[in-house]
Design a protein around this ligand. Structure first.
Ligand SMILES: *Cc1c(COP(=O)(O)O)cnc(C)c1O
Length: 495
């Protein structure tokens, strides 16, 4: 029971959820999965009477069974405390005939806070009693993950965090969020290159044996806060149950009614958490995967072939600009009834050829739950504008991708929830432009102010107060310098 998780590529060598969280990825390159998912139905009636915090304890207790109830209670208390500017943590609000699940009320104004406020606490609880090696978290970011990881891990004892972002390729506000981060245990560095350069080099650093040995000699181990970590996936399951409970309490659904969720998707972590919720007993009619111009998932769900050999598009929903959706590997495992051999061979095809084709029986299972759709940048802008003009709701470009896709689906009588993954003020310039305003030559803060004036809404103070904060991190390096930066950061912040 406690050795609960094993790799998607082999059921040998099971580990506890604590071990899975500390390791991040399985030694064979697979992702950790549990076979207990189907056998653990949560009592819905109870969930509908519960607070977000109670539901979080229940969900985490089910998915991470070797943590004690006391450990989880204290993790939940700390992760979803006063750093959230909504008392209910992830509120559900009306969106015309549909509903908006607002996941952006955390400290960095993006949905990644739901998981990254929790992961450091789970890691600390997992480490206590497991020796006293210190951990350096190393992360590459295209914008949102970096700040959420800095905020989550800042000040955590025995842990450091290093973030690399591509110089000139994140929004003004996203850059400021990172370079103004305080805390004695954080390091931030811009890289002359793309996000893929950052990500590729971080992967190489994790595989660098000589570096690992040098760090080991100083009692330090490298780890990742990537969205493939079970400790990031599990907390996201909570808001599917909690939002369902909110719909029932609002009278928008009756207990037991099926609900459809539409999810702006990049790495497939968020929508996979919805699939977990469904397997744990939540009445989910459809999970809708919404993509931007990087529509590799739309093509996959339509054709059964995943093909990453395509042009990469830079869009106004940058957190979804991704060609390899890592968490899809977990869906392949579950949809094939745990066929590790099949998953291994598909992943080998992806590595060798850049593409794989999934057998029809597995695609049938996937298509029985998942729908899909895409939105171009123009469609995304038009949706931001119409949602504001017609419904008076201001949404960010990622949320607008999902809203566009949801609007294109035929109504099926079920209550429909659009997941809202970031505050519109994180992308003020693009949102302002979508509303028809001129933004050329304006700074991020000028756009923020203009957006407030135009809409009469208020920017979250976490973002508007960035202008008062000092820029603390000005390091820039080439891809080749990232390894040395990590080693120096270990010396500087972990001693
Ligand atoms: C990360 C992110 C996404 C994509 O989520 P995945 O779990 O990677 O599919 C969508 N929107 C925003 C704002 C994000 O930061």
């Amino acid at each position: 029971m406690t050795s609960f998780y094993h790799s998607t590529r082999s059921s040998a060598d099971p580990v506890t959820s604590k071990q899975a969280i500390l390791a991040g990825i399985a030694p064979d390159g697979g992702l950790y999965v549990t076979d207990a998912l189907g056998g653990t139905t949560l009592a819905l009636e109870g969930v509908c009477d519960q607070t977000f915090h109670e539901t979080a304890r229940l969900v985490l207790g089910t998915l991470l069974p070797d943590f004690s109830a006391e450990e989880l209670a204290s993790c939940v208390e700390g992760a979803y405390g006063p750093q959230w500017d909504a008392a209910s943590v992830c509120p559900v609000t009306p969106l015309g005939d549909d509903w908006l699940l607002e996941l952006y009320h955390g400290p960095t104004c993006a949905f990644k806070d739901v998981a990254l406020q929790m992961l450091p606490r789970l890691m600390s609880a997992a480490r206590s009693g497991a020796g006293d090696r210190r951990v350096m978290i190393v992360t590459a970011t295209s914008g949102d993950t970096g700040k959420a990881a800095l905020e989550g891990f800042s000040g955590v004892a025995g842990t450091g965090v290093t973030v690399f972002y591509p110089e000139g390729k994140v929004s003004d506000v996203q850059r400021l969020q990172m370079v103004t981060q305080d805390g004695d245990n954080v390091a931030v560095c811009a890289v002359r290159g793309t996000f893929d350069d950052c990500q590729g080099e971080v992967k190489r650093i994790f595989a660098d044996r000589a570096l690992a040995e040098r760090l080991d000699g100083r009692g330090i181990v490298l780890s990742s806060a990537n969205s493939i970590n079970v400790g990031r996936l599990a907390p996201q399951v909570t808001y599917y149950f909690d939002s369902y409970a909110q719909l029932v309490r609002a009278g928008a659904a009756k207990l037991g009614d099926e609900v459809t969720f539409c999810v702006p998707t990049g790495n497939f972590g968020d929508v996979l958490a919805g699939y977990f919720a469904r397997r744990m007993g939540l009445p989910v009619r459809r999970l809708v995967v919404a993509s931007n111009a990087n529509d590799v998932l739309t093509d996959f769900l339509t054709t059964g072939t995943y093909d990453r050999r395509r042009e990469f598009h830079k869009t106004i929903s940058p957190s979804m600009d991704i060609l390899v959706s890592s968490n899809l590997e977990r869906l392949l495992y579950y949809a094939s009834d745990g066929d590790c051999e099949l998953v291994s061979s598909l992943m080998a095809d992806l590595a060798e050829k850049g593409a794989y084709t999934v057998p029809e029986r597995v695609m049938d299972e996937i298509r029985s739950v998942f729908s899909c759709g895409r939105a171009s940048d123009d469609e995304t802008r038009a949706t931001i504008r119409s949602t504001w003009d017609e419904l008076g709701v201001l949404i960010d470009p990622h949320t607008a991708v999902a809203k566009h896709v949801l609007d294109a689906l035929p109504a099926d009588g079920s209550a429909r929830v659009c997941l809202s993954t970031a505050s519109p003020y994180k992308f003020s310039a693009d949102v302002l432009a979508a509303l028809g305003e001129k933004v050329e030559g304006m700074s991020g803060f000028a756009c923020m102010d203009a957006l407030e004036r135009l809409t009469g809404t208020v920017a979250p103070s976490q973002l508007s107060r960035l202008r008062e904060r000092a820029e603390l991190h000005d390091d820039v390096c080439d891809r080749a310098g990232m390894g040395a930066f990590v080693e120096a950061a270990c010396e500087r912040v972990l001693g």
